[in-house]
Write a protein that binds this ligand. Structure first.
Ligand code: DX5
Ligand code: ZN
Length: 221
């Protein structure tokens, strides 16, 4: 994959036509699809589980399914999301006291492993996990809902994480999630972000192709 890249979040899609929604993205060259799983406990909202991930997999057999688990006890559900067709599973550092073990369990299944942190969680909380992960997701909104305003302090957080990555000689991908769109995609990409999750910005646009092209253009730095 060529980074930085846009990863549309299907949380903002029209579920009466999920297949067509996903195809409107892949038809415009999108390779990553972001699936937001919410349990109503870790975050104050419920979205979907493995059945929708499996439907996304069938809609886009070639896509890279980036599965963001905003759930408690993620270790209990790894197999279900693997069976559904996830390529990468991201767990929240705040949701799992044994994140190190869970991340290694994800990799042992042959999947890529990611760790996500909320806006109020310091980078130091995941310092020891960095050598274990393929991706770090920096939340730029408090998770639970699409369409929220971007928290600007996420930019220096990404810059610090990118500096750590260099200093530690690691090569995990850096993802930003929440409130990204045409107005801030450029500054996000410049900070060192590899994957920009876009929910409402992509699925809220009538002209999907035009929006994805515009977002992609902003990330060419
Ligand atoms: C937040 C989710 C995000 C979010 C992105 O809880 O993890 O993926 O839906 O949506 P927008 O781009 O609308 O902020
Ligand atoms: Zn997400």
């Amino acid at each position: 994959y060529a980074f930085p890249t846009i990863a549309p979040s299907i949380l903002a899609a029209d579920y009466t036509q999920l297949g067509a929604e996903i195809e409107s993205c892949t038809a415009t060259g999108i390779k990553w699809i972001h699936c937001d799983v919410m349990d109503g406990h870790f975050v104050p909202n419920i979205s979907f589980g493995p059945m929708i991930v499996e439907a996304a997999r069938r809609s886009a057999p070639e896509a890279f399914l980036d599965t963001h688990l905003m759930i408690e006890k993620p270790a209990l559900y790894l197999e279900a999301f693997q069976k559904a067709g996830a390529d990468l599973i991201t767990i929240h550092a705040e949701a799992d006291p044994h994140a190190h073990r869970t991340l290694n369990a994800i990799k042992a299944m042959g999947l890529y492993a990611g760790v996500a942190i909320n806006p109020g969680t310091p980078l130091t909380q995941i310092e020891e996990l960095l050598p274990e992960v393929d991706l770090v997701c920096v939340m730029s909104v408090n998770p639970g809902f699409g369409g929220q305003a971007f928290i600007k302090a996420s930019i220096p957080k990404i810059q610090r994480l990118a500096a750590w990555r260099r200093q530690m000689g690691l090569n995990f991908l850096i993802e930003i999630d929440g409130g990204a769109g045409v107005d801030n995609a450029e500054i996000i990409a410049r900070a060192g972000t590899d994957i920009i999750v876009c929910g409402s910005s992509v699925f809220g646009a009538q002209d999907r192709k035009e929006r994805i092209q515009r977002l992609t253009q902003k990330t060419i730095i």
